[in-house]
Design a binder for this molecule. Structure first.
Ligand code: GLN
Length: 477
């Protein structure tokens, strides 16, 4: 029988010849077909995955060395390119587009013998918090099928939550890995900006976007990060900071932890979430860590700044989808302007159009200084404030989301309410620091939620170490 608790465990199982990669892949394919109603996958690469598994089995049995991700079954969000496979950003504007190259992250996974099992549903162009903005329809939360899994990487979260793959990739521009991980009760890591190459990731807001990882345990996430991180000739924004052995935890020590008073006492936060996080703060204190409240006066400015800057970047990034270069083109245009207009009106969904218009507006000459320049100032102030905190503390703890998973359709008619729910996740992207969502709690309504921990730039190793400590000390209650 195939069983999986971690990649390490899976590898021992293979080495002891208790089973094969083919059996593992078959197990996931069976689970995927049994859970089609969740709508997590867009396409499943059945024959390719089985063939690759067979090849890996033969090579392993012939005594060839195993890659770090030998036979590890991975799903990827539909915004990450995989050569010769369809990619659509869950949009009607890219109906039959086939990637002509693989993202650097994917290349590196494959180089270590990972098996990509399929691509995963998401909000169109990674814009959203519920996965309801997808041209393929919503993804359902496996814990309660009447509820959203979060977004935009909803398919990637549910694929891990429902045991449809071992780890998955998402992208996090303002919380799209941490928020769905939180609402699905799994782990989600957004690395430092520039830790993993964005080459081959369809751009939403380039100065915010980062590929992130979903998993069920810290060592798997560390291993996937270790494989993907590091400089890349195809992306000049990737850092040359040395890649550490993220899968090997650093020695535990006493930490200095800050929490933001205004975040925990925010009126939008579900009181049960606030009290769970306060409980964790108390426990950390009792365990000998230094934990202090720090003032933070920018809390109500960060969501507006995020939406101004990301929509501005998106309006520019998405101008390439014009009916000429890629994908969908409207029928029988009268002239070039009509071709552009109708292609984009018919091809993009409502939320994407809303953001392109908002972004174009905030960049327009009359309003540029009033919105875009001011939002950039907020970003800079925020960066400075957060850096000041990290002068004295190792981590900042806060919630991931103000509430547990809401019902399908509940917030669709109120985009502002939806945007405000990003209050706890956008800071890490505005500042470029790593952050993780750790599943520690269960609400009295039966739904999971987690704790978010942020660390300073390139401190992924200590972030993963403290996450492991937290998981060891406080299993889901
Ligand atoms: N919910 C946020 C948004 O809609 C985050 C998206 C993301 O991280 N891709 O912009």
């Amino acid at each position: 029988m195939f069983e999986f608790s971690s990649i390490d465990h899976y590898h021992s199982w293979l080495k002891e010849e208790k089973g094969s990669c083919v059996q593992a892949v078959q197990h996931y394919l069976d689970r995927i077909s049994a859970t089609r109603h969740l709508n997590a996958f867009i396409e499943i690469y059945t024959s390719e995955a089985l063939a690759k598994a067979g090849d890996l089995d033969a090579r392993r049995l012939a005594g060839e060395p195993m890659g770090k991700l030998h036979g590890v079954v991975i799903g990827i969000k539909d915004v990450i390119c995989y050569k010769d496979h369809r990619i659509s950003a869950s949009s009607k504007i890219l109906p039959e587009y086939i990637s002509v190259y693989s993202a650097t992250a994917v290349e590196r996974l494959l180089r270590e013998d990972a098996i990509i099992i399929g691509n995963l549903n998401c909000d169109e162009f990674a814009m959203g918090s519920t996965n309801e903005n997808s041209a393929y329809g919503p993804v359902l939360n496996a814990i309660d099928n009447t509820r959203i899994p979060g977004g935009s990487s909803g398919g990637s979260a549910v694929a891990v939550q429902a045991g449809l793959c071992m780890v998955s990739l998402g992208s996090d521009t303002g919380g799209s890995v941490r928020q769905p991980a939180d609402l699905c009760g799994i782990i989600g890591l957004k690395p430092t900006y520039g830790r993993i190459s964005r080459y081959g990731l369809i751009a939403y807001a380039s100065s915010f976007d980062q590929i992130g990882i979903f998993g069920t345990n810290i060592s798997d996430i560390g291993l996937a990060l270790e494989v993907m991180a590091g400089p890349d000739d195809f992306d000049s924004t990737v850092s040359t900071e040395p890649v550490e052995e993220y899968s090997k935890a650093a020695p535990a020590r006493k930490y200095r932890i800050a929490y933001l008073d205004s975040a925990i006492n925010h009126p939008a936060l579900d009181p049960e979430i606030a009290s769970a996080i306060n409980g964790t703060i108390e426990k950390l204190r009792n365990n000998g860590h230094t934990v202090d409240a720090v003032p933070f006066d920018l809390i109500d400015h960060i969501v507006p700044a995020y939406y101004i800057l990301t929509t501005a970047e998106a309006s520019s990034n998405l101008s390439r989808f014009d009916g000429i270069k890629y994908g969908f083109r409207a029928n029988d245009p009268e002239d070039l302007t009509d071709l552009y207009k109708r292609t984009r009106s018919e091809g993009f969904g409502k939320e994407v159009k809303r953001r392109i218009m908002l972004g174009t507006f905030v960049l327009s000459s009359g309003y540029y200084d009033a919105y875009f320049t001011r939002a950039q100032k907020v970003r800079k102030l925020l960066y400075n404030q957060i850096q000041l905190i990290f002068n004295n503390y190792d981590f900042i703890v806060l919630p991931n989301t103000p509430s547990t998973a809401f019902r399908l359709g509940e917030k669709m008619e109120d985009p502002i309410a939806m945007y405000l729910a990003d209050i706890y996740t956008v800071t890490a992207n505005l500042v470029g620091i790593p952050a993780i969502s750790i599943p520690l709690f269960r609400h009295s309504n039966g739904l999971p939620f987690g704790l978010q921990v942020m660390a300073n730039e390139f401190k992924e190793l200590s972030l993963l170490t403290v996450s492991q400590d937290l998981l060891n000390n406080q299993q889901i209650q």
